[in-house]
Design a protein around this ligand. Structure first.
Ligand code: UDP
Length: 369
């Protein structure tokens, strides 16, 4: 069985790494990797390839940073001849980034079967580009791998046949389970001179929070107030850094006592920062899941989440509106509250990749034409 897998952006590398290992372990699978280049620099891409021991991609599409429309158009044009030549049994796409949708669309046009990993998640907010990418990719896909019950319910409601859908668990948790010992051994917090459970970790990169000056000013105010309580670590996503510079807010943050602005962290470094944080504030999708698994309190500064199990069973709490007082109240409440015992999310056990390979193996291969 021949499988072509697409990666483009940081969260994709985290999800594809365990899948790649599972493909390598099966001698009946011929696996090839395509990197669109959506994230292509050392800190957002190369470090993940090194830490996950991923091979150099078989194809690199070299997509420039540009608008999502431009990126989509470039991927369509550059990916089509590759897919037409390779003719895999399956194209595997993960998550909700521009590369996911663009490559799924090429496959659908060429009649090549698409498996979508992390299908069915819905925030209900069509202002989010990720939501559009998820909905369209799910409706193009032939096989849909789901991480939580809400995903099954959403797909059922949208009329996608149950026979195409499998609840398999969460590849992001596979990576966490696999790499946690190495992350702990790295002791990033010790190297930064931090004490466990004494600092706040923050990540922020969603357009709704960081693209407008109003949103960004609120983020800066929240960070400034947080820093009066605990040291704040803020690894800056390139989009957030660029926006802070554009709105002349970077210097103000840099000068704020108790705030450490960091470059985007490698996966192992970031995992060590996550597992030892007193509390995490984020607008990331994956970080909501990782904090839930690690039983670290998480405040998600968004109106909606596409990962509702992290709030119903996990440690996540949604704080809409980017209102500094509401965020600070929630932080104070979380820091004084007794930590709840860890809950287990069904199938988030580090074995999702195995289940995915098993499903792919059970389906008939495509007959050569
Ligand atoms: N991450 C990382 N370094 C960082 C910030 C995040 O390795 O400085 C990891 C994080 O642990 C998670 C993934 O990147 O596995 C999440 O990516 P991101 O927040 O960019 O995307 P989203 O999940 O929101 O799509």
């Amino acid at each position: 069985m021949k499988i072509l897998t697409v990666v483009g952006a940081r969260p994709n590398f985290v999800k594809v790494a365990p899948l790649h290992r599972a493909f390598q372990a099966d001698p009946t699978i011929e696996s090839k990797l395509v990197h669109t280049g959506q994230h292509h620099d050392a800190r957002m891409s190369d470090v993940f390839f090194q830490q996950f021991d991923l091979p150099q991609p078989d194809y690199f599409l070299g997509i420039d940073s540009g608008t999502p429309t431009r990126q989509t158009a470039d991927i369509l044009l550059r990916f089509e001849p590759i897919l037409a030549r390779e003719q895999p049994d399956w194209l595997v796409v993960v998550g909700d980034v521009t590369s996911t949708l663009a490559c799924a669309l090429v496959a659908a046009r060429l009649g090549i079967r698409v498996a979508h990993v992390e299908a069915g998640l819905r925030s209900g907010d069509r202002q989010m580009p990720e939501e559009i990418n998820r909905i369209l990719t799910d409706h193009l896909a032939d096989l849909l791998f789901v991480t939580e019950q809400a995903g099954l319910d959403n797909l059922h409601r949208e009329g996608i046949p149950d026979a195409k859908v499998r609840l398999v668990g969460n590849l992001m948790i596979d990576s966490l389970v696999h790499h946690r010992p190495a992350a702990t051994a790295l002791n990033t917090i010790g190297k930064l001179g931090l004490l466990p459970k004494r600092y706040v970790l923050l990540t922020m990169h969603r357009p709704a929070n960081v693209d407008t000056e109003t949103g960004l000013r609120s983020v800066v105010e929240i960070v400034t107030e947080l820093a009066k309580r605990r040291p704040v670590l803020f690894p800056l996503h390139p989009r957030t850094r660029a926006s802070l510079i554009r709105h002349e807010l970077l210097d103000r943050l840099t000068a704020t006592p108790n705030v450490r602005l960091l470059d985007p962290q490698g996966y192992l470094e970031f995992l060590n920062l996550l597992e030892n944080a007193a509390i995490v504030l984020t607008d990331s999708g994956g970080v909501q899941e990782e904090t839930t698994y690690l039983n670290v309190p998480c405040l998600t500064l968004r109106t909606t989440t596409e990962r509702p199990v992290t709030a119903s069973l996990g440690t996540n709490r949604l704080i809409p509106g980017l209102t500094p007082t509401a965020v600070l109240e929630a932080v104070d409440a979380a820091l004084t509250r007794q930590q709840s015992p860890k809950t287990t999310i069904p199938l988030w056990d580090g074995r999702a990749a195995e289940r995915i390979v098993e499903c792919l193996r059970q389906l008939p291969a495509v007959e050569p034409q």
